[in-house]
Design a protein around this ligand. Structure first.
Ligand SMILES: O=C(O)C(=O)[C@H](O)CO
Ligand code: MG
Length: 259
């Protein structure tokens, strides 16, 4: 299995281009990120070219996180903001040679208007992305960490995929969030495999390194390979010893590869 370092959580003591270099040094096969927008894309590209790593994906801007926002794209009345941010994310991703943009739904009342808004913005995002050879991802996120997040389960995500019906749209299956919300990871991954565009992992419940906690990821990664998953697995965890200690907690990487 190939693993991508999520630089939203790993190597965050470093500026993004240096975090790419650190991920390469640590033996990751690729990188992904959350919100790279303050980094000039030329600086990021230079680090990617130098290391030979690909940056797989980024997130749309979450909005005002201090005010509790965690995405804009399912917020009725915020369509202009959402589409401006989708366009910015697609431009940045294309310029950095990425594969995908994760369109963040945001916190809503869970009603029909929010869902209609999310689907309309996703159609807009998919058309923009397809023209640039990118994919759009939606990610169910657990409501213990993000109360009120609009998309928190795979049944809902499947309804959104069915409603939007666009070849550019796929599911980001974050095993951490889905273990908290649903469990039954292996069977759900297998059932949804044709719709899955990306997989992420972290220990449950503490979101630390994936070789501890209630999920046996070493086994699950072997199952995932057996299911024919051909993508990377994003390591999106918070190093237990702190942001500056990413490298010290990486024994799982070689253990999972050997395992
Ligand atoms: O929290 C997550 O799992 C995510 O991947 C989102 O992108 C939020 O950063
Ligand atoms: Mg995730």
């Amino acid at each position: 299995m190939r693993y991508a370092a999520n630089l939203g959580f790993l190597f965050t003591d470093l500026a993004l281009p240096d975090a790419v270099r650190a991920a390469a040094q640590a033996g990751f096969d690729a990188v992904e990120c959350h919100f790279p927008y303050e980094t000039p894309v030329a600086d990021l590209r230079a680090a990617l070219d130098e290391t030979g790593l690909r940056m797989l994906a980024l997130n749309t801007w979450p909005g005002d996180r201090d005010a509790g926002e965690f995405g804009l794209c399912a917020l009725p009345g915020r369509q202009d903001d959402a589409r401006r941010e989708i366009a910015r994310a697609v431009d940045y991703a294309a310029a950095a040679g990425m594969d995908a943009v994760h369109v963040m739904a945001g916190r809503t009342d869970g009603g029909e208007a929010a869902d209609a808004c999310f689907c309309a913005n996703l159609r807009f995002a998919c058309d923009l992305a397809a023209a640039r050879n990118l994919r759009i991802l939606i990610e169910p996120i657990n409501t213990r960490d993000v109360p009120g997040y609009h998309l928190s389960g795979t049944d809902h995500a499947e309804r959104v995929l069915d409603a939007v019906q666009h070849d550019a749209l796929g599911l980001m299956f974050d095993c951490y969030h889905m273990q908290i919300m649903q469990g039954d990871l292996a069977r759900t991954l297998r059932r949804l495999m044709p719709r899955i565009g990306h997989v992420q992992i972290a220990a449950v419940p503490d979101r630390g390194e994936p070789d501890a906690g209630e999920v046996n990821y070493s086994w699950l990664m072997r199952e995932l390979a057996e299911m024919g998953y051909g993508g990377h697995v994003g390591a999106e965890y918070r190093p237990r010893a702190g942001a500056g200690s990413t490298a010290a907690g990486l024994s799982w990487l070689s253990a999972f590869r050997d395992g």
